[in-house]
Write a protein that binds this ligand. Structure first.
Ligand code: HEM
Length: 559
């Protein structure tokens, strides 16, 4: 490199020198470094200036300056990125609403809302508001770099309406899910056997958060591919690492969706893709493997007729849909369908189950009430899964499941939508401008005292039951209001497509677990750890389990 002398400022590379030689910046910036490094202060100054201009532009173009919120959120989304990266965004949102009221600014163009009366406006079904860009971070990328949206991620309502049509019917009602209840029975039997063999007989402490995570992946394996994925019995190679990878990917989704443009630079452009593994790569590979194997089986010369009726898993159903809609469902779309089943379905179900067991054990008298109910239905001491038809008719069990879904939503973070052209008029007369992003967080909404009654942070299954002295009409109205407000499965046109499957799985698993096992916390003082990684991860719940059938045999309990 040829050194070019400058007027007392050291040297700069020739090309840079010629570019800056008439510049007053070069004259004014005194380099702290001798030699050729004075370009660094120039760049630093330019960076600071650019940043300053960007922040000023953010502030002056913001439509939400007049709403209260942390000062820094006037300028940047970085604040909420950092808060979300801490894994405690749910608590941050609850604190913000306590401090600032029902509308809080969380970014230069984003408001968090906590008034449940706005649920039917923001998530209305007549003219649905568009999902914000936050969901795009969940999109996969095809090998050629084009994005592959999925039913959860897309903000294109037309694409959504077209792509939900072929498969919606298979998930949209209890009747369709119950046709294949046997797959859930198979997964619950596996869960019970593993718990009995590994923990109950050996009297070892059981990390139930880990067990339920493995169970829920396997349950999605059974319902989607007809067989376990091998998490619970450990037959899947590297299962520990795969679970860690999926936690890491969910953490990425959570923080990056707060600044979705970052996703392009971190994951989707050509350079980023060369350095990064795709998200949930293992789940994609697994779906491809099952899909390919099923196609090969069907094409084999001695192929049996495709499964029908109660033997049809979701892959069979989606292949049936592919035959009807060959132009819509190519191989990528098929993998996208399979992934929404397995990925959207497993984590939140696992976390709801863990939270339910934790709160049952932490709340005085709840476990004994469940046992009483199960005993009077002759279910306590059972060996094996319980049918949905029986589980749904256990009122106290239902109250426990509903309360667990309320107090520990499977997903938390504001479910963002874009305010349409007509704007949003708030009950207090303020108006939110078109184009603003607004959202509600299930963690916050599910704790609204006016709807759910006193002590919303406490686990009280009784809120879902008729109080002594309460009229039937009052109870029906109170319960309806709670049902219509709980946001754990979302609401409106983009409500969770898997909610019937998830609820059936939760009822059956809860009934079977409490009927098959007597449980206690290893340390009654231990606190469950919660990490908001979009899905609300639960950790550190360690139990001792005893098989109730064994207890009954030993006549230790009255059955
Ligand atoms: C306890 C378990 C579950 C919880 C708490 C849950 C929660 C949610 C929530 C909150 C949304 C809406 C997101 C939004 O509006 O932004 C959603 C959407 C969705 N969920 Fe679930 N989910 C659960 C289980 C499942 C299962 C088992 C499946 C599998 C089939 C599933 C598939 C989907 C799909 C496909 C969507 C996108 C729906 C659409 O936009 O049309 N979920 N879920």
């Amino acid at each position: 490199m040829v050194a070019v002398p400058t007027n007392g400022l050291g040297v700069v590379p020739p090309r840079v020198y010629h570019f800056f030689k008439n510049s007053t910046i070069v004259d004014r910036v005194q380099s702290p470094w001798p030699g050729s490094l004075e370009i660094i202060p120039c760049l630093a100054l330019l960076t600071v200036l650019t940043l300053f201009l960007m922040l000023a532009q953010s502030y002056f173009s913001s439509r939400v300056k007049s709403f209260p919120g942390p000062f820094v959120t006037n300028f940047t989304d970085l604040w909420r990125y950092i808060k979300t990266a801490s894994g405690q965004a749910h608590l941050v949102h609850a604190d913000l609403h306590r401090k600032y009221g029902s509308v809080v600014r969380i970014g230069p163009n984003t408001l968090s809302l906590s008034d449940p009366s706005l649920l039917r406006v923001v998530y209305n079904t007549k003219n649905p508001w568009k999902k914000s860009r936050m969901y795009a971070v969940q999109e996969s990328v095809r090998p050629d770099g084009t994005p592959q949206p999925n039913l959860f991620s897309t903000s294109d309502d037309q694409w959504h309406a077209t792509m939900i049509r072929p498969i919606g019917q298979y998930l949209a009602s209890n009747t369709s899910i119950l046709k294949t209840e046997k797959f859930l029975d198979d997964s619950i039997s596996l869960l019970i056997n593993v718990l009995k063999e590994k923990f109950s007989n050996a009297a070892l402490p059981c990390d139930i958060a880990d067990v339920f995570t493995r169970f829920s992946w396997d349950a999605m394996g059974y319902t989607t591919f007809g067989s376990s994925l091998g998490f619970l019995d450990g037959s899947l190679k590297d299962s520990e690492k795969l679970l860690q990878d999926s936690d890491r990917d969910f953490e990425y989704f959570a923080r990056t969706c707060q600044m979705p443009w970052l996703h392009y630079y971190l994951k989707t452009n050509r350079i980023a893709r060369a350095f990064n593994a795709p998200q949930l790569e293992w789940a994609v590979k697994l779906s491809i493997e099952h899909y390919t194997k099923r196609l090969q089986m069907r094409n084999a010369s001695d192929a049996k007729k495709p499964a029908s009726g109660q033997d049809q898993d979701f892959l069979d159903k989606y292949l049936e849909a592919q035959q009807k809609y060959p132009d819509l469902i190519d191989d990528y779309q098929m993998i996208s369908y399979l992934l929404t089943n397995t990925v959207a379905g497993s984590h939140p179900t696992a976390y709801t189950l863990t939270a339910m067991v934790y709160y049952v054990l932490k709340t005085d008298g709840v476990l004994s009430k469940i046992h009483k109910e199960l005993k009077s239905a002759s279910l306590y001491g059972r060996n094996g899964p319980i049918s949905y038809a029986i589980a749904k008719d256990l009122p106290y069990l239902e109250a426990i499941v509903r309360e667990a879904i309320r107090i520990h939503p499977g997903f938390a973070l504001a479910l963002e939508r874009e305010v349409p052209a007509e704007g949003l008029s708030l009950p207090d007369g303020r108006v939110i401008a078109p184009g603003t992003v607004v959202g509600m967080d299930a963690w916050v909404i599910n704790r609204n005292e006016k709807v759910f009654g006193p002590e919303p942070d406490s686990f009280k299954p009784e809120r879902w039951l008729r109080c002594p002295g309460e009229s039937e009409d009052h109870f029906a109205a109170r319960r309806r209001k709670m049902f219509n407000t709980v946001l754990s499965f979302g609401t409106g046109t983009r409500v969770c497509l898997g909610q019937h499957l998830a609820l059936i799985e939760l009822y059956k698993t809860a009934a079977s677990f409490f009927a098959n096992f007597d449980i206690e916390l290893v340390d009654p003082k231990q606190e469950m750890k919660v990490v908001c990684a979009w899905a609300m991860r639960t950790e550190d719940v360690h139990l001792y389990l005893r098989s109730t059938s064994k207890l009954a045999k030993e006549s230790l309990v009255e059955v």
